[in-house]
Every structure is written in C-alpha cells, then in structure tokens.
Design a protein around this ligand. Structure first.
Ligand code: GLU
Length: 452
C-alpha cells in the first residue's frame, strides 16, 4: 500500500470522534498525541501497516460495574466503577484509581491512554491503565469511605493482580483508600501480593512514593532549566492544587531556592506574596489530610495571604507555573496571560491540565513546556519501584530511592529531548518528544507480537 493511501491526520481524528461519541477528554488526549505521531510515522511504513496508533487508541478493554454501598444514615447508594485496561504491551496494566464526581468513561479512557505513554517513558516495564468511580469522598465519614472501597474492590479484584493490573491512587484516592482496598483484596483472594501501589509502609509500601509525583515534576523542570543554563533558584512559582502532588512540588521548589506564591482547590486559590515556606506547606498538608479542610482557611491562618474565590491562579505574575490540580484547568487565554507575564517554564504535575489551545500557545511561544506524561511520571515510576520491592520481598532505603527517582526523571528528560528537537533550532518541544519516545517503545513491542 502506498503511503498516500493511509488515512490523514484529520481523517484519523474524525474516526476517533465517530467511534467515541460524547467522550471529549479522550478525543482531546488522542488528538494531542496524533498531531505529533502522524508527523513522526510519515515515512515509517511498519507503524502504518500494523495500525499501531489506531490500536493504542482502542483500549484492550473497558470494564464498568455497579458499586453499591450503605451510607451512615442507612441509605443505599449506587455508584459506577470502572477499570480501563488500555495497553499491556510492555508490562502489566498500571495506573491510578480516581474517586471524583466528574469521573466518566471518557475521563478514564483519556487517563489510561496517557498513562500508556507515561509509563513507557519511565523505562520501567509497565503497561497503561486507569480506574475509578463517580464517588465523592469529600464530606464522607471514614466508615463510609471504607464501605465504598470494600464494595469497589469486591468487583475489581477479579480483574487485577500483581502480574495483570496494578492500580494505585489518583485524585480522591490516597493512603487511606489504598489501605481499605488492599485489605479487601487480601481478604477475598487470601493472597498477600503487590496488587496495589501507594501502600502503607507497614504492608509493602515504598518510601518516597507520596513525595514522588510532586518532586519528580520539579526535577523535570530543573532538568529543562539546566539545559538552557538556568535554574529554579530565585524563581517565583505559581502552583494549582493543594493535594499530594501540589504540596510536594511546592516543597521541592522551596528546597531548590524558589518561592511558591499560590495553591488552590476547586473553590478558589490563595496568594501569599511572602511565599509559602516549608512550615506553611506542612500546615497545608496536615490541613488537607488530617482535617480534610479547604485551602480558603489558609488565608485565615496566615494573614499575608488572600483568598480568591472561584478563580484560578494563572493571572499571578510568575517565572514558573506548575498546574497540579486536574485536567483542563488552564486554557488558551490563561496560557497567553502566563506568557505575557514572562513565565518561562510550565511543568504539568496533573494529567492534561493544559487544554489543547493552551498547549498550542505554549508551543508557539516556545517556552519550556513539560506535558504531564513526562513531568508527572515520577509518581508511577516509584510505583514501579514499589512493585519491584514487593516482588523481591525487600525494602530499599530512602537515599537509594531518592537517587533512583532523580535518575529516572533525567532519563525521561533525555528521551524527550532526543525526540523533541528540530533541525536548525535549539528549542526542545517536550510534548512532541514525550509523545514520540513513549509511542516508539510501546509500538515496537506491539510489532514484535504481530497482529494480536
Ligand atoms: N495516578 C498517578 C498517575 O497519574 C500514579 C499512578 C500509579 O502510581 O500507578 O500517574
């Protein structure tokens, strides 16, 4: 078949839209990858012939199930649970579980698709998957969360396993939820195995897993800055979110001599011109995890700060932006504001926080822009290290893991730089680099298997 007979980019996107009606997030994620991959595979007949991109963009399977649980007032509640197993060409399916009212099949398919590239970029043997439910843990009692997690795992257990699919946390799922789900898996199967990551240290968890996503996003940022002779030191950073990723990104920025000006949640953002230092970060961590409080209360506690209800932080002047909240939290207009305010680098701690228009603005302005699938891969990378420790039944020391995380992030940076450059320019397009490097590894494994 001549190359000209292959469907073009627009035809491909039209097909994705047609096959996935009502799934805008999934179409968006596939479009972003396809824009780069079509260019890359232009002259590579094998990838066309074996329909590799088309196959990666069709999940191996989507499992959807009913989750019934009883709340504290004895009401019977019904939620929908999912596991999307996108691709296991290079290792068992791997990816988090999200509990949030906005969870839909589209959101989880986009996340599982992204995860496939992200996991490949880490260099570790992990395929891509994602799961979750439209359950809102906010305002629920501990026992309600426990009953929900147990009911969720009572169905999920038959689809996962240490060599099959290894879920972890994501938005709304942290150490507490992983504990309840691991306990239920062990109870049903009578098997103590590394079926989940992000576990407590007492039962097979790994040191620095909690810190890894946020720290990794800043290591990646530092790698990008170092390459152009710059550094985090002395820079003003604006961060969105106030959960695990945001607080640890803030911590690493402070450790590297930067200043953090903002944090946020779904109700608004706080701006602290004095800088959110380690003591204040510790307060936020305790406030969010132990008291399960809101970020607005930061401004009551620290008088130098102001709370901006219903707003996002992207208008605050900065050198660096690290979106760590959720998908599509930074649009084209906000990206333009960041560029106009002199922002030189964006490192995505969340998954696809910048929408397609925003990403095009950053690309065009040629600022340093690290997509989530590269920048936030530190979390899943340490999950991969947790899997290795579980298999070997050992626990590595903190210093070893810290070094491994740094090395893995540098490795991802190198892989992106290798594929993200263009002849005649010194600028690295990290989006393109991440898409191509992630795709290539998965694609070559798929080619080895033939038509399956
Ligand atoms: N949810 C995280 C992510 O988006 C971590 C997944 C994992 O550790 O498996 O990459």
């Amino acid at each position: 078949m001549a190359l000209s007979d292959h469907v073009d980019l627009n035809g491909f996107i039209e097909g994705v839209k047609r096959r996935n009606p009502g799934q805008p997030e999934f179409v968006q994620a596939v479009t972003e990858v396809a824009e780069d991959i079509f260019d890359f595979i232009q002259d590579k007949e094998q990838y066309h012939k074996y329909q590799i991109l088309r196959r990666i963009a069709e999940p191996d399977r989507v499992i959807s199930f009913r989750v019934v649980w009883e709340d504290d007032n004895n009401n019977i509640r019904v939620q929908r649970g999912y596991r999307v197993q996108n691709n296991n060409a290079i290792g068992p399916y791997k990816g988090g579980i999200r509990f949030h009212p906005t969870v839909t099949e589209s959101v989880l398919k986009f996340l599982a698709f992204e995860q496939t590239f992200k996991n490949a970029l880490t260099g570790l043997p992990m395929g891509g998957g994602k799961g979750g439910a439209n359950f809102n843990p906010k305002g629920k009692s501990d026992h309600e969360v426990m009953r929900f997690c147990q009911s969720f795992m009572t169905e999920l257990y038959r689809h996962v396993g240490q060599n099959i699919d290894v879920p972890a946390g994501d938005i709304g799922v942290g150490g507490r939820e992983i504990g309840y789900m691991f306990g239920q898996y062990k109870r049903i199967t009578n098997s103590f195995e590394g079926v989940l990551t992000g576990k407590g240290l007492e039962y097979g968890g790994s040191l620095i897993r909690t810190e890894a996503t946020g720290y990794g996003a800043v290591y990646f940022l530092e790698n990008m800055l170092t390459r152009v002779g710059n550094s985090v030191e002395g820079k003003r950073a604006i961060i969105s979110g106030s959960g695990n990723v945001a607080t640890h990104a803030a911590e690493k920025i402070v450790q590297l001599g930067g200043k953090v000006l903002t944090l946020s949640d779904s109700e608004g953002f706080i701006h602290d011109p004095e800088g959110i230092d380690q003591e204040r970060i510790d307060w936020v961590k305790a406030h969010k995890t132990k008291r399960r409080g809101r970020i607005a209360e930061y401004a009551d506690e620290f008088k130098s700060a102001t709370f901006h209800a219903g707003e996002r932080p992207w208008g605050v002047e900065c050198d660096i932006a690290i979106p760590c909240a959720t998908q599509n939290e930074l649009n084209g207009r906000e990206a333009e504001t960041l560029v106009a305010n002199g922002c030189i680098a964006v490192s995505e701690g969340a998954n696809m926080p910048t929408d397609l228009e925003g990403a095009h603005v950053f690309k065009k302005a040629q600022i340093l822009f690290a997509p989530g699938k590269a920048a936030n891969a530190g979390g899943v990378a340490v999950s991969g290290l947790e899997m290795s420790q579980n298999s070997a039944r050992i626990s590595w020391k903190e210093a070893e893991l810290q070094q491994l995380l740094k090395d893995i992030m540098s490795g991802i940076h190198e892989r992106c730089a290798e594929h993200g450059g263009r002849a005649g320019s010194d600028h690295i397009d990290y989006v393109r680099g991440a898409n191509i490097a992630g795709f290539k590894k998965v694609a070559d494994a798929m080619l080895a298997y033939g038509v399956v």
